[in-house]
Every structure is written in structure tokens, then in C-alpha cells.
Ligand binder design. Sequence first.
Ligand SMILES: [Zn+2]
Length: 383
Amino acid sequence: MSMELSALAHPSHGRILDIIRAAGSISRVEIAQESGMTGASVTNIVRLLLDLELVKEIGHAESTGGKRRTLLAIAPESRYAVGVHLQRSRTTYTVSDMAGRMVGRRASFVASSSDPAALTQRIAGDVDDILVDLGIRKDLVFGVGVAASRLLDDETRLSADVQPALAGAIGLPVVVDREAIAAAVGEFWQGSAAQPSSFATIYMGDEFGAGVVNGGAVWRGAASSAGDVGHLSLEADGPLCDCGRRGCLQALASPATVVAAAEAAGLLAGVSGSAVDRFDVLARLAVRGENRALELIAESARHVARATVLVAGILDVEMFILAGSAFAVPGAIYASRIREALDDYTRHLALQPVIVELAHNPRDTAAVGASALVLQQALAPRK
Ligand SMILES: [Zn+2]
């Protein structure tokens, strides 16, 4: 990390930046009130943030009788972060500005390689290309975040080998995290002040995952395997899962499982592509009201809803956000099943209702979230 960013390593600097970002525009006096810091400390830190061009002055607040207050806001175009979402059959790249807004996107349809050197070279080349295309100088980029499922992380040796090699090849800091966690951080980063501070993503792509944010911080568990909902066993005598156990959510309801059942039923004849691509085709049939397709999707949704209720019972979160490319087409079908199941659960136990929402852009949530991981780490370090 460069010299100037190490100045931000102090948590109070990140905290002030976070307050400014969440407020949209805010005065120094209000920052002091919200942070509990003295006016003098706030003034000093704001001066540093202005010098670094991370924030800017944007005029004055309405006068309330005393001295007019200067308003501060994030300077969104001052720095950037790159997000990479590694999937089995495609890689999505996004570039976000300081406000977490996507300013560029590219998808590459290359199967993920299990050769760490080849994978490193491909990602490094693609990142360079997209920055050149957008005309963004590398010294204005905080770093690169890479998101993948736990399984793909293991298969490609992403955390073990690719991360350090990629940091060396690109010359920028690289962070790696689970796609479900990246999605949760991305939703938090882009969320409004009204967003609950405890929520979870339910992620459905090649694999399932859950990402939990509690009090603004990600919950990872003892060995960073919190949220591995794909292998919650829902049926003791259910179908055999790749993990060797029976009745896992992954084996009952994943896009690959649903697609296999559809093919056995004679649907999807002549449709090629990855499991997630074929799942999209099936989901379009379901949304159009094709009966057998709708039954298969509804069956998957029923299992995802059961798993979500289990997660709700353990975590007591206020909201679930459905993220991941597999929700892009049939998200409304899943959301309504999950809402029904959660309503039934909370009503019987006299608990507060839980909100269920579809991510704003389910296909890109993990890639945008991976860039948010970088922004979060650079600007608002949390413990
Ligand atoms: Zn399993």
C-alpha cells in the first residue's frame, strides 16, 4: 500500500470517511457529533482527507443563525478499485469509484484454470486492459479484490498461490474472499443509512453460500467457513452430494442439479453452455409459465427457503438479500417462496418479520462486492 494510503490505516480516519460516505454530505460539526471526536481532531483529519483529494467541499449548509457550515462529500472519481468474480465458466471484472459505483465492466468467458500461473497471467492481463480502456491510471487504484466460491478457491489455489503472484504481477494489493461475503460487503457499502446493520446474503451461483454482516462487520467464523450453507443437510436420506454426504442443499437445489433434472425430463434439448447458463434458459421458461420448468424451479426454491429458515433461526438477522447470477432470472420465484417460509417461521415463534430482497444486480453483486472489499480495507478498516 502506498505511503499516502498508509495515512488512512488509522481507524479514526477510515471512520470519518465512512461517516461522510454514509451521509452523502455533512459538516465538520456533524461529523464531530456523530463520531464523538473533538472538533480539533475532526478538523485535522478532514484536512488530511482534503489534501489526499479523497473528500471535497461542496458548498454550505442552510444557515441556522450562526456561522455557515461547509459541507463535505466523498470525491468519487479520486480513486478506484477493481473487482474480479471468478466462476467456473466466466470471469467478471468491474471497476468501482470511491462511492462504490460501477464505472466499468467486462466479462470473459474462459473456463477457470487450475494452473495458478496461467490464471494469474490471465487476470493480470485483463485487469491491465480494462484500466487502459477506461483511461484510469494504476496509481489511482487502491487494489484488486477477487471473489470466488470456497470450492473454486481450493481448486484454482486462488488464496494459496494466485493471490501473492497476482499482487506481484499487477503491482497492487490483492484481497481474496468468498463470493457470498463479497456480495454482502458490496451491498453494505452501497446501502443507504436506512439499511439494517445485521443482514445476510444468500448466494446462488455454481455453489451456494451465505455472507453475514453484523453491526457493519463481516462474520467469518473460526476457520472462515461461516456461511457454507450449500452443505447444510436438509434430507437425511436425500441424494448423494459431491462432498460425500446426503441431502445437502447443493445436491437438492443447485443450478446443476435443477438442469440435470430438466434434461432428464426432456427440457433443454439442444441447449449448450455452462450449468448456470442452461439454468438461465430453464428459468426463462419457468417465468413464461412453462409448467414443468416452473415445477423444477419451485422445487429448488422450496429447498433454498428451508435452508434460509435454518440460517434465520441461528443468526437472527433483519434482512436477507438474494445475490448471484442464478437469481437473475427466477429471483422473484425464489424470493416469494423464501418470504412465505420465513413468515410462517416468524409467525409461529412470535418473532419480528424478516425482510427478503433481491440484490439490485444479482449477476454482478460478487464482482462489485469484491471491489468494495478493497475500498472497505483501504478506507474503513474494521476489526
Ligand atoms: Zn454436501
